[in-house]
Design a protein around this ligand. Structure first.
Ligand SMILES: [Zn+2]
Length: 317
């Protein structure tokens, strides 16, 4: 948040609370995901090496538009589809030698906590209800934009998506969405529905680490809007909410473009480790400063493989 290097100081002596945003489980993970979790695995291991007792929380998003549309395509229940991909992800993490976090909460198991937090935000006057939806009112939170450096007037939501005229400000975002036909839904004081994406991480981090903890991380694409919205929600629910360090890793690029599902230029972890040792992939991902982009290429993977081979050879002498 300060955009400066700072000496790490835990809130509680000898202990670290760390929350890292996890995957939306609707497909196999690609090496852009691998980079996120290898980055935070290195941090997790290093903090433990320094003697800290680390509570590492990494969530699974198992309620989401992408999961629902994938499940509808396949004629499968969305929760069971996402459970399947959660297990695939866990297996990928084992291949990559990533330690298992202390807690791996799922959204579908935390509806009471999510609903309680939305109630709190409404009670504190930071949100409003429209026909079964609940929106966060960004105008009530003057610090909005502090993490990303964006100003509200920069958002110009209408340029990319049709502005929802029911919102007070186009930048307002959904905390709760009224149920639609064929979607999983839960009971709430605002009727049947499901949470918006951002509220889950505010609710689950508070549930396992409290409102004040040390490290919150994820990929750089989460700075805005996800983490910006998380800060707004958590502070609106609890004034004492405070995170000491926001950490965001850089992208894996292919021909200088971000590797992503939506661009279709990705390789899954499983595709890559069919040809290369998982440790070669891990070494490749660790070969650059965590915030810099890494360009994926076979040449880089070959060279990481050679280095891993060399390390094993030297070790055996
Ligand atoms: Zn998150």
């Amino acid at each position: 948040m300060s955009k400066k290097k700072q000496v790490f100081e835990p809130k509680v002596n000898g202990q670290v609370g760390m929350y890292v945003c996890g995957v939306t489980a609707y497909d196999l993970s690609h090496i852009g995901h691998a980079r996120v979790y290898v980055t935070f695995d290195v941090l997790y291991r290093y903090l433990r090496h320094l003697g800290y007792e680390v509570r590492y929380v990494r969530n699974f998003t198992d309620v989401d538009d992408k999961i629902i549309s994938r499940a509808n395509e396949l004629g499968e229940d969305p929760i069971s589809l996402s459970r399947r991909y959660c297990e695939e992800f866990r297996q990928d993490m084992l291949y990559l030698y990533c330690l298992t976090p202390s807690v791996e909460p799922r959204v579908s198991d935390h509806m009471p906590q999510i609903i309680d937090m939305i109630k709190q935000i409404l009670d504190n006057g930071y949100a409003y209800r429209v026909e079964g939806d609940v929106y966060f009112n960004v105008d009530k939170f003057p610090e909005y934009g502090r993490l990303s450096g964006r100003k509200l007037e920069d958002n110009r939501a209408g340029e990319r998506v049709a502005v929802d005229s029911r919102k007070k400000n186009p930048a307002d975002f959904a905390l709760w969405k009224a149920a639609k036909e064929g979607e999983p839904c839960w009971e709430s004081p605002w009727g049947l529905g499901r949470p918006g994406w951002h509220i889950e991480c505010s609710a689950m981090s508070a549930a396992y680490l409290g409102y004040s903890f040390d490290v919150h991380g994820g990929g750089m694409d989460l700075v805005f809007p996800h983490h910006e919205n998380e800060i707004a929600q958590s502070c609106a629910a609890c004034k004492q909410s405070n995170i000491s360090y926001w950490i965001h890793n850089g992208f894996v690029t292919v021909d200088s473009e971000k590797m992503s599902k939506s661009l279709g230029n990705f390789f899954t972890i499983q595709q890559v480790i069919e040809f290369y040792h998982p440790l070669a992939l891990r070494l490749f991902l660790m070969g650059t400063h965590y915030r810099s982009p890494i360009n994926y290429s076979d040449v880089q993977l070959e060279s990481a493989s050679d280095r891993i081979f060399y390390i094993y050879q030297v070790q055996n002498i």
